[in-house]
Design a protein around this ligand. Structure first.
Ligand code: ATP
Ligand code: MG
Length: 340
């Protein structure tokens, strides 16, 4: 069975962008693949934070992921800082990663532009991410579109490490019988995207992000979701109620595609194009569709929250299993690199 790995930062509340772009997919993929899902707290400390908040957000993230459908009996769910091999392998990969590659990462440029003083951790973030994935020698990484550039760098790091420390023996060169069949030590991980690969924030200005405050939280109550949906940006060219709209350019229509059944999506598009509905009518229907999907998730979250000891145990078991794989990878890596 192929292995998959993916991570999420406890940098704020789990939102519908994370859910539609990644986490909902994780819940499906856990039945098909040997799956590792990680709450990446070492990534989250690359921006300013309060220790007590981080602790609470890590627990909230675990709760949200379990409520969204991750099943600890089907997948390995754990917190990154409980598995020290992540930072150990990251250091090794730092020695192979060109500075220029890190400096041209879009996320680095964006995050660095928001900080007065830029910590090296923001620059090296994708190196730790490569270590997260390759520690489990995962082949597939279910993520949103914003992570594809980092994933390309992970592939490059895997290629570099393999070429330097795990080259094919000379008898396997061109013409050898088994040429092309030998598996590299680190596979080159590929991304797995959902149709909702990039959900925009309700301001329509940027990708929905925990750190930008433009989110709808997965566990948010319906009244508060409506208060955000009602003023949300639609198609700015549709000025009057009687103006026909263009669904394809409207963020609300894209959310319909993620939450509403296909017949409703079709109906919404027609009502928009013919000015049959105003934007508020359209948002009300979206709110109903969202409620159908999100109410059961909130109910599950309430059940899980009632038993925090079980959640702590699940995370401890997850970390223990992750560590058993991670330590195996590290001892082979160290051996091949001449480290003791
Ligand atoms: P931060 O603002 O702290 O970076 P984030 O909201 O971008 O938080 P991450 O923890 O960085 O969330 O990413 C977790 C997963 O969610 C990744 O797979 C990422 O690609 C995906 N993701 C994040 N935002 C979106 C979005 N707006 N649409 C689709 N997928 C997303
Ligand atoms: Mg992010």
């Amino acid at each position: 069975m192929s292995r998959i790995f993916s991570g999420i930062q406890p940098s704020g509340s789990l939102h519908i962008g994370n859910y539609l772009g990644a986490v909902k997919n994780w819940a499906e993929l856990q039945h098909k693949y040997e799956s590792f899902f990680c709450i990446v707290d070492y990534h989250a400390i690359t921006v300013p934070y309060e220790p007590a908040d981080l602790r609470a957000r890590t627990a909230d993230m675990a709760l949200g992921l379990l409520a969204a459908g991750l099943d600890p009996s089907k997948c390995t769910l754990f917190v990154q800082s409980m598995v020290p091999e992540h930072t150990e392998l990251a250091w090794i990969f730092n020695t192979l990663t060109p500075l220029g590659e890190l400096e041209r990462q879009t996320q680095f440029k964006e995050k660095a532009s928001r900080e007065e003083s830029v910590p090296a951790g923001i620059l090296n973030y994708p190196v730790l991410q490569a270590a997260d994935i390759l520690l489990y020698r995962a082949e597939l990484v279910p993520v949103g579109e914003d992570q594809l550039q980092h994933l390309e760098l992970s592939r490059e790091i895997a290629r570099k490490w393999n070429a330097r420390f795990d080259p094919p023996p000379s008898h396997e060169g061109v013409g050898a019988e088994n040429a092309g069949h030998r598996r590299s030590f680190f596979p080159e991980p590929k991304g797995l995207l959902t149709p909702a690969r990039r959900i925009m924030g309700l301001d329509g200005q940027a990708k929905m992000s925990k750190s930008l405050g433009n989110t709808v939280e997965l566990l948010e109550d319906p009244k508060s979701i409506w208060e955000k949906l009602r003023p949300a940006v639609t198609n700015p060219k549709r000025v009057r109620r009687t103006d026909p709209g263009t669904p394809e350019v409207c963020n609300i229509y894209h959310l319909h595609k993620a939450f509403s059944p296909p017949t409703t999506v079709e109906h919404v598009a027609t009502q928009c194009r013919t000015a049959g509905w105003g934007c508020i009518d359209c948002k009300k229907v979206l709110h109903e569709s969202m409620e159908k999907e999100l109410a059961p998730i909130r109910a599950r979250a309430a059940e899980i929250a009632a038993n925090p000891a079980k959640m702590r145990k699940d995370l401890a078991n997850g970390a223990e299993h992750a560590r058993s794989i991670a330590s195996g990878t590290m001892s082979e890596v160290k051996k091949k690199m001449g480290l003791t």
